[in-house]
Unconditional design. Structure first.
Length: 262
């Protein structure tokens, strides 16, 4: 495969070679910190179409297609674990000349990925926004307590999905254990959203798990919404945008106090 050079950090679409695999990304907006949008399972840049333009009004923001999804190349590393994906996104950011600090935004399994990123590169992370993120024990509790809902979920997983999504699903058990072990996280602001609109069993369990996980996060804010389900960033994008805006403002305030120019 022919390598391609990273384009300068201007606005627009680009491809970034992370070592035999070119990732497709969209960069918009200006100024530090860089907001990084990590999509959910099987999703592409398009999942952020209601969030990214609004964030671009006050910060530089990057969304991308993971390897094997959207316009990105198939993965070179076959095991699509969350730790591997975190390393790849970190490489892509630096190859694209998008320097830290980063505000990481992760939806669903993207929550695993940004947690691993934060744990692996703590000095580069300024905040986390978790949008109805996956929880390590959700599948097991759903199977035990709400078997009908679990069966429907497993039936969905066996459908014909994009190859990149299939590989991430195949690595699920490893990824959830990597996420469980991703401690300590950096001492940065964390906002976690829980969507309460949906199947009652799964919603009950995810709210419990989100609440428990946040008990060990000192600078955490938990926002639960009954108007949206799992894809609350498409139904209530203003909630996510506001959370990002607040974290960005805090990062800039602290940088200003230290005399750091943006």
């Amino acid at each position: 495969m022919t390598a391609c050079r990273s384009t300068p950090p201007t606005e627009g679409e680009r491809t970034v070679d992370i070592g035999g695999c070119r990732l497709h990304m969209l960069v918009t907006g200006h100024d530090s910190p860089v907001v990084v949008l990590e999509a959910g399972l099987g999703d592409t840049i398009n999942t952020w179409e209601k969030v990214q333009p609004e964030v671009a009004k006050f910060a530089r923001v990057m969304a991308y297609d993971r390897a094997g999804l959207g316009k990105s190349d198939p993965a070179v590393v076959e095991r699509r674990t969350t730790a591997q994906i975190a390393r790849e996104s970190h490489t892509a950011l630096h190859k694209a000349k998008l320097p830290p600090p980063y505000v990481l935004v992760g939806h669903s399994i993207g929550g695993f990925h940004v947690r691993l990123f934060a744990q692996q590169f703590p000095k580069e992370v300024a905040g986390l926004v978790l949008v109805d993120p996956s929880a390590e024990d959700w599948n097991d509790l759903l199977k035990a307590r709400f078997p009908d809902e679990y069966a429907k979920m497993m039936a969905w997983r066996t459908r014909d999905h994009p190859e990149g999504m299939k590989k991430e699903l195949a690595a699920w058990d490893t990824s959830k254990e990597q996420a469980r072990a991703a401690r300590p996280l950096p001492d940065v602001p964390v906002v976690l959203f829980t969507g309460l609109k949906g199947n009652p069993g799964g919603t009950e369990i995810i709210l419990k798990l989100h609440t428990e996980w946040l008990q060990n996060i000192p600078r955490a804010t938990h926002i639960a919404t009954e108007k949206s389900g799992h894809y609350l960033h498409t139904n209530e994008p203003e909630l996510v945008v506001n959370a990002i805006s607040n974290i960005v403002a805090g990062v800039r305030s602290r940088a200003s106090e230290r005399g750091i120019k943006r």
